[in-house]
Design a protein around this ligand. Structure first.
Ligand SMILES: [Zn+2]
Length: 110
């Protein structure tokens, strides 16, 4: 049990971008390696690999590579974050708060 917890901690510390975890969506994509005579040049892409797609206002989403052993953890985190976002959105609507103001409230609370 302790070993499991240590393992989980190690995995979590491998995740560099906490922001990404909270507001990403998990996507899978095949990749071309760029070598001319590789099978991927004929459309047999490598992968699929898992990425966390992080949307940024006014810019193209950033793709963060998710190693296979972290896929489950990240998917879980994203699902939780999405639920939290939904609930927070509902609460702030009920309270009649604008989104910007709501954000500031949250920061004040932490
Ligand atoms: Zn290739």
């Amino acid at each position: 049990m302790r070993a499991l917890r240590a393992r989980r901690r190690r995995l979590a510390s491998g995740l560099s971008d906490v922001e990404a975890l909270l507001r990403g969506t998990v996507v899978t994509q095949g990749r071309r390696c760029g070598k001319e005579n590789c099978r991927c040049a004929d459309g047999q892409l490598h992968g699929p690999y898992t990425y966390l797609s992080v949307s940024r206002p006014g810019r193209r989403p950033r793709l963060v590579y998710v190693p296979a052993e972290l896929t489950e953890t990240v998917s879980g985190q994203v699902a939780v974050a999405a639920r939290v976002e939904t609930v927070l959105g509902r609460v702030s609507r009920i309270l009649g708060l604008g989104r910007g103001r709501h954000r500031r409230c949250m920061i004040g609370m932490t």
